[in-house]
Design a protein around this ligand. Structure first.
Ligand SMILES: Cc1cc2nc3c(=O)[nH]c(=O)nc-3n(C[C@H](O)[C@H](O)[C@H](O)COP(=O)(O)OP(=O)(O)OC[C@H]3O[C@@H](n4cnc5c(N)ncnc54)[C@H](O)[C@@H]3O)c2cc1C
Length: 290
């Protein structure tokens, strides 16, 4: 039975801690509930938006007029050398569970704060590893006509590239329910060391004291980092309202207290303008602006 809530404040559901109310909000922990929620929105002719961990989203101050569907299936199953993770689980949970059996291969994803659904959609990556690297297949709901059909897509069918996938290109057509990864034998203590080393490296390089959404812009190429360009344009410390470009990592925008979505959005536009004027590079957002 779906519990559809009304006027739910979205700032609680994104790592930037900004955003107004969702007209409707529902948490789904089974694929049947997900189908029911989609049907409910469809019957009411409402837009819907699928939410994972909210670590890559800028919600609007005016909120969202449709149904927000928060994916809460968090099951993690190990079947031989395969790891099957439901979309609402965070990567660290899956990595730690596999490590109990001395199995690994996804260690560098463990520090990314999003859910598996968000990671697969955006082919999230860190420390030279991308989500696609050990991914085998994805179990999805695919919107065909007015119906949502369950499908299994092999990795080759998802057309992954840098922070990109079929799911991103065809936003709205696919919802990831679970993903299967190939595991390889690695001793538990080695896995835990890799995870902890990554976390320490993140704390050294990235600001964790104030709310953020990680890197705001994609790197323009493998050789050119967005953070470096922003820094070279003198944007570190640039502030609009409560939003500030981190002085530690220029591709992070921090909510220094009381920032609105408007402030963050204005700062994003200002950075894009300055980088284009000074460097001739058009930065593209990695974060989803809703
Ligand atoms: C401190 C910090 C550090 C970060 N470090 C990294 C990093 O090292 N590397 C990196 O790549 N990213 C990083 N990020 C960004 C972010 O964690 C990733 O982009 C992550 O993959 C987003 O997952 P999410 O579950 O939070 O997605 P959300 O923010 O909830 O959603 C992002 C997009 O994915 C869609 N989505 C979510 N779940 C599903 C689903 N089940 N099916 C279909 N679509 C779905 C949403 O509709 C939305 O369009 C960082 C963020 C923070 C705050």
């Amino acid at each position: 039975m779906l519990n559809i809530e009304e006027n739910v404040i979205l700032s609680k559901f994104c790592t930037w801690h900004v955003g107004g109310p969702a007209r409707y909000f529902v948490r789904v922990s089974t694929i049947q509930d997900l189908k029911e929620a989609l049907l409910w929105a469809q019957e009411k002719k409402l837009a819907h938006f699928v939410l994972g961990g909210g670590s890559n989203i800028l919600f609007s101050d005016v909120g969202y007029a449709g149904l927000i569907i928060k994916i809460e299936g968090r099951g993690v199953v190990i079947n031989g050398s395969e790891l099957i993770v439901e979309a609402g689980a965070i990567a660290r949970l899956a990595v730690l569970k596999a490590s109990e059996l001395n199995l690994g291969g996804l260690e560098h994803l463990a520090g990314i704060p999003g859910t598996i659904g968000g990671l697969v959609r955006g082919n999230a990556g860190a420390f030279g590893m991308e989500t696609k690297d050990s991914l085998v297949r994805v179990h999805v709901l695919h919107n065909v006509g007015n119906e949502w059909k369950e499908e299994i897509l092999e990795r080759k069918d998802v057309y992954f590239s840098y922070r990109d996938s079929l799911f991103k290109k065809e936003t709205g057509s696919y919802i990831i329910w679970d993903a299967t990864f190939a595991l390889i034998p690695i001793p538990k203590d080695v896995i835990l060391k890799l995870v902890n080393d990554d976390l320490s490296a993140r704390k050294d390089k990235q600001p964790y004291t104030f709310p953020s959404a990680g890197s705001v812009f994609k790197n323009p190429s493998l050789e050119i980092s967005a953070g470096r360009l922003i820094e070279e344009c003198g944007c570190k410390g640039l502030k609009i309202g409560g939003a500030e470009v981190s002085t530690q990592h220029a591709n992070f925008i921090l909510n220094k207290g009381g920032a609105t979505s408007f402030d963050i959005h204005a700062l994003i536009e200002e950075i894009k303008k300055r980088v284009f004027e000074a460097k001739g590079v058009k930065l593209v957002e990695e974060v989803i602006v809703l």
